[in-house]
Design a protein around this ligand. Structure first.
Ligand code: ATP
Length: 875
């Protein structure tokens, strides 16, 4: 969990046990580090790497591609030529090795000379006949892909089809040549394979050969076009573009169409939906009539509520990578490797049947569109720059003079001696806030004795905040922490700019400050997986929360992270309001993205539980154990958005002041918090809960048990310290961001970085002023026991939305009562689409809201609908 900086005392920061275990336990089916290292040493990898490098150099692929295309054209010419001149050339080819080559060359009539005649003789005459023409075509397609890094036709699929055609046409023509007894003149058309095949079997089966050849064709078509899912009439047109429907086009996205259609075949009405193709923003160059993609305009964001999930746009619908495509793909590949490489919590659910698209098509999708890149939602988004944070001039190292050190050492020694404790040695290391004196006691000294003298030593050193660590975990020493007279302020800017943070590959990196040995401590919230924070008023809790949020905002793209901010004190988190359209999530009907009202907090927590359940269902359907695996699969376009799959951002819930909530809502907040804390780690929902009052009726056993990572600023009593950390010590901290972090039973003292409100303001302005989503990320609707939000749905049908009729027709045509369908097709924001669906419900066109399912459509056809619309208009 820790990324240590280089420091002489590096070994003092211990890796949490869970992480250590994780490194040593190999995971089935995964590439583990050890295996990687072994391979690294093998010489074969160097060749592989060299080859990879060669292929990733565009000059190499361009050269090879063009060469392949030229050879393909030459071969094509040679084969065509052989079909007419072959017979004459046969003797030349036959005698090529018995007479001088130059002479034979002159005699050949093949357009591609003796070499052409020779190759054509093998491929056309000996093997495939006219079917051999498919081979240069395959070669040309491969060359084209290499040279231009795009496909004329999906390569793998076209290769399969063309190879089949080569063999099969040879068989069929062989049969014809045999039964017409025209081998003398026409055997060049069928080639040796087809002719020999038919000769061997004809005496046994007679015309049965033809039936067998026809059956082979049928068999191939069944598998190649996956006949389960396509309409039979389209089979008559073998189209290697991969498109199978009657309306198949030569567009390069034909594969995509086939992908979508094959998945949706069973639902005719959905196919209707697909006909006008929601592929509105792709392949602009080919389809100028379609809605153009403006490079600067991000695609319409989809608020991902469960009810909208089935309508989430296919990842394949994102703008086709333009000339930058290569870069994007490479970037994505890296990010996927990163993602798959690390590990996370696991989901024990048994994977249910998974959507496994045809591997050809899946390859084709990635080949055509590249990996799915969620950040293309906001392609122009700029990560915050370091200059937004203040460079505190006085941010010097802690000044502890030699005199101060020696004086403290002597005092410690003499104090201990006064109590009859002898020591072997004493060593000091200066931290930002405190200096640690490490003592090696003389043999026979009882550690508990030193610990019991804590107060006396503190008195003698006349310093506040002495903390005695006896023994120092993992070392045979005793630590005494003495606060520095002049402490160092750890600025946010310095930690954000540090290598350890900026190069951190954690999923949710949060920089918590500096350790006693001046190492910058970065933790991964995703692995914590939740954090409980306590601290008396004025000790740095709000600054701590700001630090945590700042870390996340600096590292994550808005498409990868959503924040749910709960602030019953109403003032602490207001600044983050500006991030509404980038990082914040809220309930569908919420006006403000930052939740301050207790009732709304309860609804939000329950809504997050629904989101959690929805995510578990998605993961189960995808056969993934955690969010990372799921997103990695989605990025590789292996999950079908039409089945509700979507890229899932991390959600971080921050509650600033749990005490208020527990006082007013008690169990109503405790239970969903405990449930989320218990179950939400695998699906990427993480909680940070802060409180001023770490008493047992606020941090109840239920909550505490589910928050293994706890952070305490200075608290007022030892009891409070015990409540939060299960150990004393937090009452002796010195304030101003001095804190103790307890995770996996280790306690570490840290100095929290400082970030001021005006820095947060600048940061939020920087992000908030950029183009964002249309709205905050919408959480699933939650209707409480009292009917929740339904009471404010007094719908006045005389005051219908101008788009009402259009929305109604859309819903009836698609027979799908979904807000996001309206949003997407009519290009409306979520709120307006939500109002429309309420009006449609009031007009009894759609049924009532049923949790995560789409609403029922109560009107069967357009005719009925027109009647209803007329009635509404009073006609
Ligand atoms: N990491 C830090 N480094 C230096 N000074 C700090 C740090 N954190 C807090 N302080 C100082 O302590 C003051 C109070 O901090 P903060 O507002 O975070 O306290 P708090 O615990 O949130 O209080 P409350 O609960 O009343 O809101 C800050 O204004 C700042 O001067």
């Amino acid at each position: 969990m820790v990324q240590p900086t280089t420091s002489p005392r590096q070994n003092t920061v211990r890796q949490p046990t869970a992480d250590r275990t994780r490194q040593t336990v190999p995971r089935p089916g995964r590439d583990n580090g050890a295996a990687g290292k072994l391979r690294d040493k093998g010489p074969s990898l160097d060749w592989g790497a060299a080859l990879d490098r060669w292929f990733s150099d565009q000059r190499s692929t361009l050269t090879l591609g063009v060469l392949l295309m030229l050879v393909a054209v030459g071969l094509f010419a040679a084969f065509i030529s052989y079909l007419t001149t072959g017979q004459a050339d046969q003797s030349v080819v036959g005698s090529a090795f018995s007479q001088p080559l130059a002479e034979s060359g002159q005699e050949t009539r093949n357009w591609a000379g003796l070499v052409g005649a020779f190759i054509a003789h093998v491929f056309v005459f000996r093997w495939f006949g006219v079917g051999a023409l498919t081979l240069p075509i395959i070669m040309f397609l491969a060359g084209y892909k290499l040279a231009l890094r795009r496909e004329l036709l999906p390569l793998s699929r076209a290769t399969t089809g063309l190879l089949f055609l080569a063999v099969w046409s040879s068989l069929l023509l062989g049969y014809i040549v045999l039964v017409t007894d025209s081998a003398e003149t026409s055997s060049v058309w069928c080639g040796g394979i087809g002719y020999e095949f038919n000769v061997s079997l004809y005496s046994l089966f007679g015309w049965g050969n033809l039936a067998f050849i026809a059956f082979i064709f049928f068999f191939f078509v069944i598998y190649f076009f996956d006949v389960r899912n396509i309409k039979i009439p389209s089979l008559s047109i073998p189209d290697f573009s991969g498109s199978t429907g009657p309306g198949s086009s030569k567009r390069p996205d034909a594969t995509l169409q086939s992908y979508e259609e094959s998945e949706l075949e069973d639902e005719d009405e959905v196919l209707v939906d697909k006909a006008p193709a929601p592929v509105s923003n792709e392949f602009v160059a080919d389809e100028p009539d379609e809605e153009p993609v403006v490079a600067t305009k991000p695609p319409e964001p989809e608020p991902f509520t469960e009810s909208t999930a089935p309508e989430t746009p296919a990842p394949v619908q994102e703008a086709m990578p333009k000339p930058t495509g290569v870069t994007l793909t490479i970037k994505n590949r890296e990010s996927v490797t990163d993602e798959v490489g690390a590990d996370q919590g696991e989901l024990s659910a048994t994977p249910s049947p998974t959507f496994e698209p045809d591997p050809f098509q899946e390859d084709d999708l990635v080949a055509l569109h590249g990996l799915y890149d969620p950040t293309l939602d906001l392609p122009q988004y700029q990560y915050p720059v370091n200059e937004l944070l203040t460079d505190y001039q006085n941010n010097r190292k802690a000044q502890v003079s030699e005199d101060e050190l020696t004086a403290n050492k002597e005092k410690i020694e003499s104090t201990l001696r006064n109590f009859g404790i002898e020591i072997d040695s004493i060593q000091a290391s200066i931290g930002p806030t405190v200096t640690l004196y490490e003592i090696v006691p003389a043999k026979g000294v009882r550690i508990s004795k030193i610990k019991s003298l804590e107060d006396d030593i503190a008195l003698n050193l006349s310093a506040l905040g002495i903390r005695i660590i006896a023994p120092m975990p993992g070392m045979g020493t005793i630590g005494i922490e003495v606060p520095n007279k002049n402490r160092e302020m750890v600025s946010m800017r310095s930690v954000i700019m540090s290598d350890v943070f900026s190069s951190s590959k954690f999923d949710l990196p949060i920089v918590l400050g500096k350790t006693i040995s001046n190492e910058i401590y970065v933790a991964d919230l995703a692995k914590m997986p939740h954090l409980l924070m306590a601290g008396a008023t004025g000790q740095g809790k709000s600054v701590g929360l700001n630090v945590l949020l700042t870390s996340l905002i600096y590292k994550k793209h808005p498409s990868q992270l959503k924040l749910v901010l709960v602030d019953p004190k109403k003032v602490e988190l207001t600044l983050f309001n500006k991030l509404e359209r980038h990082f914040l999530a809220k309930l569908p009907d919420a006006e403000e993205p930052i939740i301050t009202d207790t009732k709304k907090v309860v609804n939000t927590l329950n809504s997050l539980c629904i989101e959690m359940d929805n995510r578990y269902n998605l993961l189960k359907d995808a056969g993934c154990r955690n969010l990372k695996e799921y997103n990695a699969k989605f990025v590789k376009r292996r999950l079908n958005p039409d089945k509700g799959h979507r890229f899932l951002p991390y959600i971080v819930l921050i509650i600033d002041e749990l005490a208020d909530l527990m006082m007013t809502a008690g169990k109503e907040v405790e239970q969903p918090i405990a449930r989320l804390a218990q179950l939400a780690r695998a699906i990427g929902i993480h909680l940070v809960v802060a409180t001023q009052r770490p008493s047992v009726n606020v941090i109840t056993g239920l909550i505490k048990a589910n928050f293994p990572a706890r952070l305490s600023f200075k608290v007022t009593s030892k009891i409070d310290s015990r409540t939060i950390l299960d150990a004393g010590g937090a009452e002796q901290l010195v304030g101003m961001g001095d804190m103790l972090l307890s995770s996996n039973s280790d306690i570490i003292r840290l100095q929290c970085p400082f970030v001021d409100t005006n820095e947060i303001e600048d940061l939020c302005d920087f992000v908030g002023n950029q183009r964002g989503y249309d709205d905050a990320y919408v959480l699933p609707e939650f209707v409480g026991d009292d009917g929740g939000q339904s009471d404010d749905k007094d719908i006045d049908l005389d005051n219908r939305d101008p788009m009402f009729d259009e929305a109604a027709r859309l819903i009836v045509i698609h027979q799908q009562g979904s807000t996001s369908l309206i949003q997407r097709k009519l290009k409306l924001g979520y709120n307006r689409a939500g109002r429309l669906i309420d009006q449609l419900e009031a007009a009894k066109i759609v049924g009532s809201f049923e949790g995560s399912k789409a609403r029922d459509v109560l009107v069967q056809d357009l005719q009925m609908l027109e009647e209803i619309l007329k009635r509404l208009k009073g006609e």
